[in-house]
Design a protein around this ligand. Structure first.
Ligand SMILES: *Cc1c(COP(=O)(O)O)cnc(C)c1O
Length: 424
């Protein structure tokens, strides 16, 4: 398609976009497990109205747009309340979980350089920690030391301890980690970080807007937030289970002093004094205004309601999967993330072991029926981030799953790729 010489009418252009979207996953019917988190029509409406108001406003300069400064600080404040931040806690909004994590790593590196003279920074994390930490290591020159997970998929803190040195600037835990949805032993991880005066980041990108409400609903959650001594920073994505549109996450530090290592100021430019809290320059006001509006609209009660149905959907899905021969759920996270893999089945009629279900072939069969999972591995598995989006469809999903397992039998999928994202 060419860039037209002459502009085209708005109706025609929008119709083209609508046609392009035809091939995308149909998240609005609840058949996608992840990627889009749907809080329902009222939440959409409030987000759309706030987004329309702030479509063009720029949060780069909060002197020109004081409302965006206020929106940012109030939204960070609401999130701090959820993560049990102390009164000293301070943070910023970012464009997403990756940017929050990049900021946490940069802050840890700077603090260690200033306070401990660390010249060859390293961070220690489990193999389950999000790929964004590796991206941060790559960008900021921090060597990543990776420890294995235990059989229950939580971080192996003893293995992590063997990787900590006097150059360690950051030790990472996840609440929960993305692949299997289990919460790492945060108190042990924080203690390990404290033993070398390093930062401890808890990645609650996925859990930040689920775990607080799960606790309020009476579910038992291991210690995971600022109530744990030694946790110095946390990330929580409002654009996931916070049900805001894309482009907004929170990075929160225990104190303003710790936050100072994150920011960048430059006073030797012809353009004047330049200050920037995160990695962006020009920053859209849209995502933060929409996030503020969604959080105000839902309130704690609204989030508890959405979390209740999310967790019930996930419970139903987990027990449904466990009841089907040939497949299983990995780990015992009990939250909203489910990794489904092949399981050894009984003996075949001929006496040998029954052929394993190929989980990727199963994913293809489900996709043909309109159900979309991300593939992941190792080990080969199908990932679900269950949310309120999946209300009312889990029975149909499980019926499709039974059919698909039977249909796939021992067939293998030719495509073994597990892309979480693409470069095109
Ligand atoms: C989604 C996620 C991230 C990264 O967030 P993006 O918003 O995709 O950049 C980091 N950690 C965990 C645990 C996540 O689930």
């Amino acid at each position: 398609m060419k860039f037209p010489q002459q502009g085209r009418p708005a109706d025609e252009v929008i119709a083209d976009l609508e046609a392009k979207r035809e091939g995308d996953v149909k998240w609005a019917d609840g058949r996608t497990f992840g990627l889009v988190y749907d809080g329902g029509p009222e939440v959409h409406e409030v987000a759309a109205r706030a987004a329309a108001l702030y479509l063009h406003d720029n949060a780069l300069n909060t002197k020109a747009f004081p409302s965006l400064g206020q929106i940012q600080s109030e939204t960070v404040g609401f999130t701090s309340q959820l993560l049990n931040g102390p009164p000293t806690a301070a943070g910023f909004l970012t464009s997403g979980g990756t940017e929050s994590i990049l900021c946490a790593v940069k802050a840890a590196r700077e603090r260690a350089k200033v306070e401990r003279g660390v010249a060859k920074p390293q961070m220690v994390l489990a193999e389950s920690a999000h790929a964004a930490f590796h991206k941060a290591g790559h960008l900021f020159g921090v060597e990543v030391k990776v420890a294995p997970v235990k059989p229950d998929w939580t971080a192996d803190v003893e293995a992590m301890a063997n990787l900590v040195t006097d150059q360690t600037v950051l030790v990472v835990g996840s609440a929960p980690q993305y692949p299997q949805g289990v919460v790492d032993p945060i108190p042990e991880i924080a203690k390990l970080a404290e033993s070398v005066d390093a930062n401890c980041h808890v990645d609650a990108c996925m859990g930040g807007f689920i775990l607080p409400f799960a606790e309020m609903l009476g579910r038992s959650i291991p210690p995971w937030d600022f109530r744990v001594d030694g946790v110095t920073s946390m990330s929580a994505d409002i654009h996931k289970l916070g049900y805001a549109p894309k482009g907004v996450s929170v990075i929160l530090h225990r104190t303003k002093e710790l936050r100072r290592y994150q920011t960048f100021v430059f006073d030797n430019w012809l353009g004047g004094f330049y200050a920037s809290p995160n990695l962006q320059g020009t920053r859209s006001g849209l995502p933060m205004a929409a996030a503020w509006a969604v959080m105000q609209h839902l309130g704690i009660d609204g989030y508890c309601r959405l979390t209740k149905s999310t967790l019930e959907n996930a419970d139903q899905m987990r027990s449904g999967i466990e009841a089907i021969d040939g497949i299983q759920v990995l780990g015992n996270g009990g939250l909203h993330l489910i990794a489904m893999s092949a399981a050894a089945t009984g003996e075949s009629a001929a006496g040998g072991p029954e052929a394993e279900v190929d989980i990727f072939a199963l994913g293809d069969a489900l996709q043909e029926r309109g159900w979309y999972h991300d593939r992941q591995g190792p080990p080969d598995s199908l990932h679900s981030t269950v949310s309120n989006t999946n209300d009312g469809v889990i029975d149909q999903y499980l019926a499709a799953l039974v059919e698909s397992v039977a249909e796939v039998g021992g067939a293998k999928a030719a495509d073994r790729s597990t892309s979480y994202a693409t470069l095109e």
